[in-house]
Design a protein around this ligand. Structure first.
Ligand SMILES: *Cc1c(COP(=O)(O)O)cnc(C)c1O
Length: 690
């Protein structure tokens, strides 16, 4: 292979996303083009002249070494998972993985725009950790040609959505062929027709991610658009996508000869998968629906992420009737029986069909994504087990984490006494060097400020305490909580001695007018001359901007309406970089903050005491006042409390405590190990239900 071919090979495995050395090399090949192609090495190499590439300093030697490194990584047999095998036990054959993971979105890297927010990034981080740990996992999703959407914001603060179509040749994916070398085509039954799918493969280190796409000439024009947009369109598009994911996904695995031992539905979008498994069992083993369901249930793990009833996919009866034949044909059910699978109250004939209920009925092992969310989920679905007291509702929790090598800046990592890759695999806490860590924080803040200057022109202050708020603009996250009292905010931000600045970023769903109004409000306030260069909104939030922010801010602000944040993960990314969280006690923070030991410096700040207020208005008002008090009385004074050399001792101790306590627990390395226990139970058919 020539060096150029080695680079192409490297570009086609997403392992480059969490190897900064490889990213550096791609960037150096052509820094301007690297920005233009949005950090996409496949697109970069397609546009570069081979001879020009080979003229870059040391490129041959570096391509050779990084290529070897990738292949050593892929072939390693000393992974964490390999260490769990008993002596003499063979590794799982590739076509018999431990688990197949299904999710509607994956946030792996900026250029593969098939994610919208936290759920997708969590799924992406799950795959990356599964790869690092050598877990035999395959993943299934959809390849959306237009992704979620690209966000721009006009001067009045109005969000504009554009939907540029991706050229799949430019992406780190390739088509999957059948044994005869022909392109795979997967037929999926649809009302009155068959929709054909093509299968793409993205390699996430060792983990194959199979992505389905309906944009084929065999399909009629409307069907070709089914995989155009993530969470776009009306309910009928939504249910169609879910049929493609669950039913099509399982059929694709079968067509490739892959027979996973267990299945993981990450969120309810893929719940039709379970029906397809039941149908197959009935067909191939002659079982009744009930018998097949009992077998399938044992194989299934279901993770729910939504603590509010409105967040769950619900389909009305007429829509389910349309999809009845294609989703439930061959199961021997009538429409009423089918509807009951997705209803809490079997006798309530007006109740819509909820995918989460279906998924719960299809899986023995169900979990929420933080300790608090586990509790909220048991309460929410308690009626599915009317005979059981609340504490016996069989729903547990596995708290989310983040993939540290993807999120922690290498300079932060270099201040630790542990490899990022080892964190979360043993009980050791990483210990940072305080002075070096502070120096890196200052460097990262400078970098963030210059990034913002380059991208939106605002001139923030390199030395000011920098607060970031970046996530989806769902209204419950209350992006504008800090903007309730502008006079007080001005006093907080514009103190000459102790300046503070706030950076906002995030997308509102195209149909969420409430979320869009929050963006408008922030942009409006940022134009108020009192807040000039003190408050900015950065459009186009995604993985790249998230990285800059979680690495470059001083304070990570999270103020959802409790208990609506199932977990939240951006604060984990920030904490592992030494950024301090100021957060409502909700989701993961409720768990992290309370678990922190008293002997050390505190790991951040809690807004409120973790109680629910009587009304939304009361909660918002109380939290706003609490947030101001924490910032005024604690955060700002601690940050600006410096010794003679300008070093903030108390702040640095908090950063160290935050890294120590949070990084080893809230990492996907710890999280996927917990899932492996569930996968193994599911793979051996051991019933979890007590
Ligand atoms: C981590 C991440 C999120 C998650 O945000 P939370 O509100 O903390 O759950 C959302 N979007 C992007 C791009 C992320 O990287």
């Amino acid at each position: 292979m020539t060096p150029f071919e080695k680079l192409q090979d490297i570009a086609h495995n997403l392992r480059w996303d969490w190897n900064p050395e490889v990213r550096d090399l791609f960037q150096e090949l052509d820094p301007t083009l690297w920005e233009q192609v949005r950090h996409n090495p496949v697109a970069l190499l397609r546009r570069l002249d081979r001879t020009k590439v080979e003229r870059v300093a040391d490129v041959t030697e570096r391509a050779e070494r990084l290529w070897q490194e990738l292949h050593d990584y892929l072939a390693a047999d000393d992974t964490w998972y390999a260490g769990t095998r008993s002596p003499g036990e063979e590794p799982a054959p590739l076509d018999r993985p431990l688990v197949a993971y299904f999710c509607a979105e994956y946030g792996l890297t900026e250029c593969l725009r098939i994610y919208s927010g936290g759920l997708g990034v969590l799924a992406g981080d799950h795959l990356k950790s599964a790869s690092d740990l050598g877990i035999p996992l395959v993943a299934v999703g959809l390849l959306y040609r237009e992704g979620y959407f690209q966000q721009t914001v006009d001067p009045s603060g109005r969000q504009r959505e554009t939907f540029p179509a991706a050229d799949f040749q430019d992406l780190p994916v390739r088509t999957v062929t059948g044994s005869g070398g022909q392109l795979l085509r997967i037929p999926v039954p649809f009302p009155g027709r068959t929709v054909m799918l093509r299968v793409w493969q993205a390699d996430v280190g060792r983990v194959p991610l199979y992505l389905l796409d309906a944009d084929l000439p065999e399909n009629d024009d409307e069907d070709r658009l089914l995989t155009a947009r993530l969470y776009g369109g009306a309910q009928e598009t939504r249910i169609s996508q879910e049929a493609l994911l669950g039913i099509g996904g399982y059929r694709a695995l079968r067509a490739m000869g892959i027979t996973p031992r267990a299945f993981h539905m990450n969120e309810g979008h893929s719940a039709f998968l379970g029906l397809e498994l039941v149908r197959k069992r009935m067909e191939e083993e002659g079982l009744s629906f009930e018998e097949a369901l009992a077998v399938v249930r044992r194989q299934m793990v279901f993770t729910t992420h939504t603590p509010v009833p409105a967040g769950h996919d619900r389909f009305p009866r007429h829509l389910m009737e349309t999809f009845f034949e294609s989703a439930a044909g061959g199961l021997g059910l009538d429409l009423d029986r089918f509807m009951r699978l997705g209803r809490v109250d079997a006798s309530e004939s007006g109740e819509p069909f909820t995918m989460t209920v279906l998924a719960i009925r299809l899986a023995d092992q169900v979990n929420g994504v933080s300790k608090l969310h586990g509790h909220v989920t048991r309460e929410m679905w308690q009626d599915l087990w009317p005979e059981r007291p609340l504490e016996d509702v069989p729903i547990g929790h596995i708290t989310n984490g983040v993939h540290l090598p993807s999120w922690v800046h290498r300079h932060v990592a270099a201040t630790l006494d542990t490899d990022l890759d080892r964190i979360g695999l043993d009980h050791r806490q990483p210990e940072p060097d305080l002075e070096r860590l502070w120096a890196v924080r200052e460097e990262r803040r400078r970098r963030l400020i210059s990034y913002i200057r380059e991208h939106i022109g605002a001139r923030l202050d390199q030395h000011a305490l920098t607060i970031a708020f970046a996530r989806r603009f769902a209204t419950y996250k209350r992006a504008t909580l800090l903007l309730g009292d502008l006079d007080r905010l001005q006093r907080l931000l514009c103190d000459e001695e102790r300046p503070v600045q706030v950076i906002f970023a995030g997308k509102a769903h195209p149909q969420d007018e409430g979320g869009k109004a929050l963006i408008r409000r922030i942009v409006e306030v940022s134009h108020d001359e009192r807040f000039h260069d003190r408050i900015v909104f950065v459009p186009g939030h995604g993985i790249d901007i998230a990285r800059e922010l979680v690495q470059g801010a001083d304070v990570w602000l999270n103020n959802p309406r409790r208990p609506m944040e199932a977990s939240g993960t951006s604060g984990m990314k920030a904490a592992a970089n030494g950024v301090l969280n100021v957060s409502v006690l909700d989701g993961w923070w409720d768990e992290a903050y309370r678990a922190a030991t008293a002997k050390d410096a505190p790991i951040g700040w809690a807004i409120g005491e973790g109680a629910e207020a009587d009304s939304i208005q009361a909660a918002d008002h109380q939290d706003e006042i609490r947030l101001f008090r924490i910032l005024e009385e604690q955060v700002v004074p601690t940050f600006y409390d410096r010794d003679a050399s300008g070093f903030p001792q108390a702040w640095a101790e908090r950063m160290a405590a935050s890294i120590r306590e949070i990084a080893p627990v809230f990492t996907t390395h710890r999280m996927v190990r917990e899932y492996v226990e569930r996968y193994q139970r599911a793979a051996t058919g051991a019933s979890h239900v007590t």
